[in-house]
Design a protein around this ligand. Structure first.
Ligand code: SF4
Length: 234
């Protein structure tokens, strides 16, 4: 294991032990205790969800927060719920994922060139972390982005992820003003640091079931990320 991989692994271990948001920790534990009937046999993860992917990633998919019965159950981002069922087949087709289905953290999935995390690492009630909870979780993103040394492109999945990335850039002195940075599906920006950003609707069921986000739209985002990252075509 090289040093970057080792430090990202150590960071993940610290994230999993985080207790900064009592409301979220209680919610995740309660969801894990009660469980959904369909997953009654599962031992839910029930903790902060560690990031997942290739330590040498040039692209990052930045999400909002774990799903209560998805990654809060399986312990891996976007794994085991409707959002993941929409995301991973696209990542597979775009050449980032080794397989289209993500069912558990032991399903053999490998990512190449891509890292996945979120601006909140614990499942929030109603999928809505508070401003304070997002602020609590922000230092994890700051640390992680320092360690992803080959990163060139961030795909922000939803407006809150985009806001989180811009807030990170401001905190770390890489961006003076957010003026001119507005969220819309498929928008592209280059931050003063050179980091490229693509914005996408979040692959929530609310967006995918209504056709607001279609598979061709989502695939185009990740194929574009691949190109901007300087990765060979899928
Ligand atoms: S949301 Fe982030 S800061 Fe809050 S408890 Fe979970 S890992 Fe910690």
């Amino acid at each position: 294991m090289d040093s970057s991989s080792a430090t990202l692994k150590a960071l993940n271990a610290r994230i999993v032990d985080c207790n900064l948001c009592p409301r979220l920790r209680a919610h995740c534990a309660e969801v894990a205790r009660v469980r959904r009937r369909a997953y009654a046999d599962w031992e839910y993860w029930g903790r902060p969800v560690p990031s997942f992917g290739d330590p040498d990633a040039r692209a990052l998919a930045l999400g909002l927060a774990p799903g209560a019965h998805g990654s809060n159950r399986t312990g891996r981002p976007f794994t085991g719920d409707g959002s993941g069922d929409f995301l991973y087949p696209v990542l597979f087709e775009a050449g980032f994922a080794s397989q289209p289905q993500a069912t558990s953290r032991n399903d053999g999935m490998r990512l190449t060139g891509l890292w996945i995390n979120s601006v909140a690492r614990c499942a929030p009630p109603g999928n809505k972390p508070t401003t304070e909870e997002l602020r609590n979780c922000a230092p994890w993103l700051d640390e992680e982005l320092l360690l992803l040394r080959d990163l060139r492109v961030v795909v922000c999945l939803g407006r809150i992820a985009f806001d989180g990335l811009l807030a990170h850039a401001q905190r770390t002195g890489k961006l003076n003003s957010r003026a001119g940075y507005t969220f819309s599906h498929g928008a592209e920006y280059t931050l003063p640091s050179g980091l490229q950003v693509i914005t996408s609707f979040h692959p929530s069921l609310q967006n995918t079931n209504t056709g607001r986000l279609t598979r061709p739209m989502f695939l185009a985002v990740f194929l574009r990320a691949r190109k901007l990252a300087g990765l060979p075509p899928a």
